[in-house]
Write a protein that binds this ligand. Structure first.
Ligand SMILES: O=C(O)CCC(=O)C(=O)O
Length: 297
């Protein structure tokens, strides 16, 4: 659904000004949006996965690990597809309060695409270089958006999500390097076309929510603090946006589940071009491994 039609509908949880802000600037930041009860449920299940990771020695389909991860000192970069792994995460992704938020920004017919939990571990959890998301998983239009939930209080030192306001209206960048290797990051030589001075760091207390459009330039610095910064991320799209290429979501049962309304009968095309990513049907590792130039699994 087009932004102008979304804006004509009565919102559920956002104000009209917040919705207008999202469409104008490409992002939202909602302080303390998620209830304590939900945060406690999510924390309990997350603690269990961290505990289980002690037995894991190599990154796999579930756990993306920093190279120095060990049983004594776990260092998770990402829990892949949490909604596929546990009923609490699944309920949150398909029926939780962020689905109202998605409907307010996408219209009545909403699809879930994928989820991830980026930990950015204490004392050195890795940076995420400047990038846009849609080149990783192209769709027929640019409605897809990602909703992040901070699972701890996040300060400046912890590598909060940084976004460049309004950049969703600008160009899509090439995320391959000059030798045609996929890096998943905007080339250093092209960063002068990004308004880096305008960056907004979306720090916030536990339960705060970030929303970013799939075209917006964003990234985050290393975690220099003594606390881990788990950020639970879910991507949703308008039902009329169809995935075009193999992607991170393929093969997962919940991918493309309708969470509100009904499936689209007509797909909607946005004429603006999109970069074609590598053929992920041969395997996808993670943005961290790709940007840090580790071998794909
Ligand atoms: O975890 C973060 O700070 C950023 C995550 C992100 O941009 C991504 O996973 O695409």
């Amino acid at each position: 659904m087009l932004a102008e039609d979304v804006l004509k509908r009565e919102p559920i949880v956002l104000t009209q000004a917040q919705r207008q802000h999202y469409f104008d600037h490409g992002y939202l930041h909602l302080d303390g949006f998620i209830s304590d009860e939900w945060m406690q449920r999510l924390a309990r299940v997350t603690d269990r996965f961290v505990e289980d990771s002690r037995a894991v020695t190599h990154p796999d389909r579930v756990y993306d690990l920093e190279p120095n991860h060990s049983a004594e000192a776990p260092r998770l970069r990402r829990l892949n597809q949490p909604a596929e792994l546990d009923p609490v995460y699944r309920e949150f992704a398909l029926e939780g309060p962020i689905v109202d938020l998605a409907e307010d920004l996408l219209g009545p017919d909403v699809k879930y695409h994928h989820s991830k939990l980026n930990f950015k571990w204490a004392s050195g959890g890795e940076e995420v270089k400047w990038h846009q998301d849609i080149q990783f998983w192209p769709h027929t239009n640019y409605s897809p958006l990602t909703i992040g939930v901070y699972m701890n209080d996040v300060t400046d030192e912890m590598g909060p999500m940084g976004i460049i306001p309004g950049s969703h209206k600008g160009e899509l960048f090439d995320l391959f390097d000059e030798d045609r290797n996929w890096t998943g990051a905007i080339r250093e030589s092209e960063l002068d076309r990004v308004a880096l001075d305008d960056v907004v760091w979306l720090k916030g207390r536990r339960g705060s929510v970030t929303v970013h459009n799939c075209r917006i330039v964003h990234g985050s610095e290393p975690n220099r603090s003594a606390s881990t910064r788990p950020l639970l991320l879910h991507t949703y799209a308008s039902a009329d946006a169809l995935p075009i290429c193999a992607s991170i979501a393929d093969g997962f049962p919940l991918a493309n589940t309708i969470v509100r309304g009904k499936p689209a009968r007509w797909m909607r095309f946005d004429p603006r071009p999109c970069l074609i990513p590598p053929d992920w049907s041969k395997g996808y590792s993670s943005i961290f491994a790709l940007q840090q130039s580790e071998a794909a699994e």
